[in-house]
Write a protein that binds this ligand. Structure first.
Ligand code: NAP
Length: 313
């Protein structure tokens, strides 16, 4: 659980722009920074979607801009103290490719921030990002980190593990389906190791990095929860918490690949190939990389989050 705040009022007179400021993580960063007195520009293509969640807070300015549009980007980073890129894209559509969004636009946003005299730049990436990966998505995330580091000297890279919270796309789906299905399909044998982290803890970590101007010169942070589970163990734990009986059935990744490829044609795809790629490799923090504890945050236990989700449904 996040312990304390990183200092109310410390942001007074400073502007922070959050690209993806209406997202699952971004809107929580917006809220925290606004509470600390920062003026926050919450940027997305549809700022009205969660207007209630962010714009009702004093000091929050919802702004409509596309990270792919250099003119809009230059306008919104102007005059800022810090910029955070919390934009997501898990499935490609037309010109919205991983390369365009996670590499080119990420690098361009960092360069525009540098040119505008922004002091701090934070890229929200993901644990396991790897420029040499065979997965198009994971490769783009790794290349995006490189592009940001080249464009903005001293940029901070924050890599969260899979994030959980009452409105997430991960645990909420599991909680819903595990109550419905007598047999629950595993990704492969269910051996992938995961370290789910509470989204509010990640938001607090990012806010502290901005309010404190970084942490001891470290540039890469990996934020994970307090415990590592195999996917199978995680499902067993959730079933135990919810007191439901479920049979876990291994399902080959090749089958998931086919299902995901088909699902991507649906208007609201329940999952996509990037997520299957992410489930193929362990999603845990690396030893020796600064994390939440380094910033004085004790990450919240998954049991509490399962209950939060279960109660909210
Ligand atoms: N969720 C997780 O478990 C998890 C784990 C590890 C890492 N991450 C990373 O953390 C970051 C935030 O994830 P999230 O779960 O908060 O994502 P999210 O809920 O999908 O939110 C994404 C945000 O980006 C905005 N956005 C998307 N395309 C945009 C564009 N072209 N221009 C401007 N804004 C755009 C979205 O708003 P509009 O659609 O209205 O533009 C939304 O505000 C992402 O980089 C993600 O890969 C997430």
């Amino acid at each position: 659980m996040a312990t304390g705040s990183s200092g109310d009022g410390r942001g007074a007179g400073r502007i922070v722009t959050i690209f993806g400021g209406t997202g699952f993580l971004g809107r929580r960063i917006v809220k925290r920074l606004a509470e600390q007195g920062f003026t926050v520009r919450a940027v997305s293509r549809h700022p009205g979607r969660v207007r209630d969640a962010v714009s009702s807070r004093a000091g929050v300015e919802p702004i409509k801009a596309d990270v792919l549009d250099p003119r809009q980007v230059a306008a919104v980073v102007s005059g800022c103290h810090a910029v955070v890129n919390a934009v997501s894209l898990y499935a490609e559509h037309g010109e919205r490719t991983f390369e365009r969004t996670h590499v080119k636009a990420a690098g361009d946003l960092a360069a525009a921030s540098r040119d505008a005299g922004v002091e701090q730049f934070v890229l929200i990436s993901g644990v396991g990002s790897d420029a040499g990966s065979g997965s198009k998505y994971i490769r783009a995330r790794g290349r995006g980190e490189d592009a940001v580091e080249s464009a903005f000297a001293g940029a901070l890279i924050v890599r969260p593990c899979v994030m959980a919270g009452p409105d997430d796309a991960f645990l909420t789906t599991i909680v819903k389906l595990i109550r419905l299905l007598p047999v629950y399909p595993l990704f492969g044998q269910g051996g992938t190791r995961l370290q789910p982290v509470y989204v509010e803890d990640v938001a607090e970590g990012v806010s502290r990095l901005i309010a404190d101007g970084g942490h001891n010169g470290s540039r890469i942070f990996e934020f994970g929860g307090p415990r590592v589970y195999s996917y199978r163990e995680l499902l067993q734990e959730i079933a135990f918490q919810l007191q439901v009986r479920v049979t876990l059935a291994p399902m080959p990744f090749a089958m998931w690949d086919i299902l995901a490829a088909v699902a991507e044609f649906l208007p609201a795809a329940p999952f996509n190939r990037s997520q299957i790629d992410l489930m193929r490799q362990d999603n845990v923090t690396a030893i020796g990389v600064p994390g939440l504890e380094t910033l004085g945050i004790a990450p919240r236990n998954i049991d509490e989050i399962v209950w939060m989700i279960a109660r909210s449904r």
